[in-house]
Design a protein around this ligand. Structure first.
Ligand code: PEP
Length: 741
């Protein structure tokens, strides 16, 4: 990769000499381009290396149109070695071309376009059966390619240009940001090598420094959560701090060091020993303490192993680069200090990705090699609209991106101006927009005002921020806060949906197949003591208004619905008698995530008041694709025509059985998804806060009556990619192209 980029940088210099020749090429290839100056990159010999863009190329009338409007670096180096033409056509990145009108491409040649030392995009020279170029033109192109090869080879010999380090990954939360990198290494394990030391005093000092730093961090975390009025978390951090005292775990660590163990080994040994001891206890309270010990052990170990991270709350906003961001890490990170997220692992709809979207922070995942590339503290540009990460960009690029960031801000402001106007299509169809939430801080009151309520409150997120199961009164406090923020508007609270990729540190579940295992309602039904506490807390919080709706996750059969309702009734009547007054009985719903339920909507309608389609999990289960596994991420596609048909059918059935239905998966916050869902008849969509203004703006500019034809066309297409392209074209034809960036 590096070698390739160095070569490209060197090729930049050639651009000036080749200016006029390429102008001619541009005019002949009929590719819409606005660039003034470009270059073709060639490897050794006369072989052209193929590059693909990540979205910079859009299909235009008849040919390939290149959108340079954003002036972005558009190169995605997929491989280090040259790609041969036959391979290239099969490569997923090249799908775009396969789907162009002249579907019979034999091959095409592509090269990065470089303008003022920036790679702007990819020049595509097509060779189609239908003969895009005349024989003369083809001969011209080949001669030109050879000339360019020679010129570049000569230039390569001369210049020793600096490296442009460049990474690509999968975008999970759009946006562009520029800031320095904060690299937080891979996950730290509690089990550490057992190392003996001789200088005991030095190890005790090391440990004490780490403990003090850990206490400081916990203290600033409690202060921050206090400001954000997340009171329930504050008390946890204070309790953790006192556990580090000498009279408690802190003293145990030191005892171990005095027996000759290194500070790291001491913390590891003490933590593992106590965790084992506590998890074997019958008492639930003691069992839960194992979670506290684990959490503290990991925090202190991180401070010992990565001392530069002591008190890692950065002074300035940063782009967080890490192996895999878990929800707790993101929730704890000070919001105003986090402007971008880059991870080596993770999935498009993993909960860390969902949180990144909820926080409105640009994020890319699956960026291979980023942790070992030595980029810590370097200036980065994250372009999550294109899944790109640039390291130490040149001043011209920095200036360019500054402009882009302000343009993006201006666009967001434009959307935000209409946030308080109803989401109503041009022909008067009102669509109700709700928020998906989990972090209280993402539910700011002004945002709540722009929505029709909370369509999905993921209660597992506050649970994940705790070190043990929150008590009934702690839960009541959180749920009350959520209902208050929503100011009388409906709130759909989901009962605990842990398992899968949402583990609770204090309730480990080890399974071979976690997404098909013990998750959602299954776990709640097996633990009525936890389930009843949660139901009571919810009902109590919503006792005096009709705001509260309770939804059960991951339901796979009718019996589970019946059992869950029985518990809900029990909680309701117990509470009513405890409180000695009449209380409001919440509306009850289920998530439609398991495909089999799509065929039982008539029976579901007899049991519950509403349903909400969780398109994230529904897609995972319909396509049998793990939503978190980057290896199969290209197969995870909510726009798969089969899924779209199922969603359309589900909408019809719900209408037929008078069952109110909403969609709360990520699809409901994406412009393309929204257009299709609205065309199907869905009029309740729940999305991340970051999507709300944009979706509202979009809906106010389309006609509902135009959309059915578009939907019917998409349903006949053969792939999700074709569906997206078709809807994109629709947007472009209405000058709404920028909305899908
Ligand atoms: C909204 C959903 O739930 P989750 O929190 O699992 O993404 C979904 O599956 O679409």
């Amino acid at each position: 990769m590096l070698k390739m980029l160095r070569d490209i940088t060197q090729a930049v210099a050639a651009a000036q000499d080749l200016h006029s020749a390429l102008d001619m090429l541009v005019s002949r290839t009929k590719i819409a381009m606005t660039t003034q100056c470009c270059s073709i990159y060639l490897l050794e010999g006369e072989q052209l290396v193929l590059f693909a863009t990540d979205g910079l190329l859009h299909r235009a009338v008849g040919k390939v149109k290149m959108s340079l409007s954003e002036g972005l670096v558009g190169l995605v180096a997929e491989r280090e070695e040259p790609i041969n033409l036959a391979d290239a056509q099969l490569h997923p990145r090249f799908k775009l071309f396969e789907e162009a009108e002249e579907a019979s491409f034999r091959a095409f040649l592509a090269a990065p376009i470089i303008y003022q030392k920036r790679i702007l995009g990819v020049l595509v020279v097509q060779q189609a059966d239908t003969r895009l170029f005349s024989e003369g033109e083809e001969a011209f192109l080949m001669t030109l390619a050879a000339q360019l090869a020679m010129a570049i080879r000569n230039l390569r010999k001369k210049a020793e240009a600096p490296d442009l380090l460049y990474f690509t990954g999968t975008s999970v939360a759009n946006g562009i940001a520029m800031a320095h990198a904060l690299v937080i290494g891979g996950q730290i394990e509690l089990a550490q090598p057992e190392v003996k030391v001789t200088d005991i005093k030095a190890e005790v000092i090391r440990l004490n420094i780490a403990i003090e730093a850990c206490k400081d961090m916990l203290c600033s975390l409690s202060q921050r959560f206090e400001q954000e009025e997340d009171h329930e978390v504050v008390s946890i951090f204070s309790a953790l701090q006192s556990l580090l005292d000498n009279a408690s775990l802190g003293g145990e660590y030191i005892k171990e060091i005095s027996e000759g163990w290194s500070a790291v080994s001491a913390v590891s040994r003490v933590s593992l020993r106590y965790i084992e001891e506590f998890t074997q206890r019958k008492d639930l309270y003691l069992k839960e303490r194992a979670g506290d010990i684990r959490d503290l052990g990991l925090r202190v170990l991180r401070l010992l192993i990565e001392p530069e991270r002591m008190g890692f709350e950065p002074d300035v906003p940063v782009i967080l680069v890490t192996k895999e961001a878990d929800a707790t890490m993101l929730a704890e990170f000070p919001r105003h200090k986090l402007v971008g997220i880059v991870t080596e692992q993770g999935g498009v709809n993993s909960h860390a990705a969902i949180l990144a979207r909820a926080l409105g922070v640009p994020a890319i995942i699956g960026v291979e090699g980023v942790l070992t590339a030595g980029i810590d503290k370097k200036l980065l540009i994250i372009n999550a609209n294109r899944g790109q990460l640039l390291v130490s960009p040149a001043p011209t690029l920095i200036a360019e991106y500054r402009n882009l960031i302000s343009a993006e801000k201006a666009l967001q402001q434009r959307y935000a101006q209409e946030l308080n106007l109803p989401a109503e299509t041009l022909d008067g169809k009102r669509i109700h927009l709700y928020l998906n939430a989990g972090l209280l801080s993402s539910l700011e009151s002004e945002i709540a005002e722009g929505s029709d309520g909370v369509g999905l409150y993921r209660t597992e997120i506050p649970f994940m921020l705790h070190q043990r199961f929150p008590s009934e009164s702690e839960q009541v406090k959180v749920y009350r806060q959520v209902l208050e923020i929503a100011r009388g508007k409906p709130v759909v609270m989901r009962t605990l949906d842990v398992g899968g990729d949402k583990p609770l540190p204090y309730f480990p579940i080890n399974e071979e197949n976690p997404f098909l295992g013990w998750r959602g309602i299954r776990l709640s039904l097996d633990h009525p003591e936890l389930f009843l506490v949660q139901l009571r807390a919810m009902i109590q919080a919503g006792a005096d208004s009709d705001q509260l709706h309770i939804i059960f996750p991951m339901v796979s059969n009718l019996d589970e619905i019946d059992q869950a309702i029985t518990y809900l009734e029990q909680a309701y009547f117990e509470l009513k008698s405890d409180l000695g007054k009449d209380i409001v009985r919440p509306k009850i719903g289920i998530m439609i995530e398991v495909p089999a339920l799509l065929y039982q909507l008539a029976e579901v309608a007899k049991r519950v008041d509403f349903v909400s389609v969780g398109s994230n999990d529904l897609t995972q289960y319909m396509l049998a694709v793990d939503r978190n596994n980057p290896r199969v991420s290209t197969l995870y596609d909510c726009y798969h025509p089969g899924i779209l048909r199922a969603l359309k059918r589900a909408r019809f059935d719900c209408w037929q059985y008078h069952l109110p239905v909403s969609v709360c998966g990520e699809l409901a916050g994406e412009p393309i998804g929204v257009i299709l869902l609205v065309a199907m008849g869905y009029d309740q969509l729940s999305m991340n806060q970051g999507s709300l203004a944009r979706i509202n703006y979009l809906l106010r500019r389309v006609s509902h009556s135009d959309l059915s034809e578009l939907l019917e066309m998409t349903l006949t297409l053969s792939s999700g990619q074709e569906v997206r392209e078709l809807v994109r074209e629709y947007f472009e034809s209405r000058e709404l192209g920028a909305i899908v960036n």
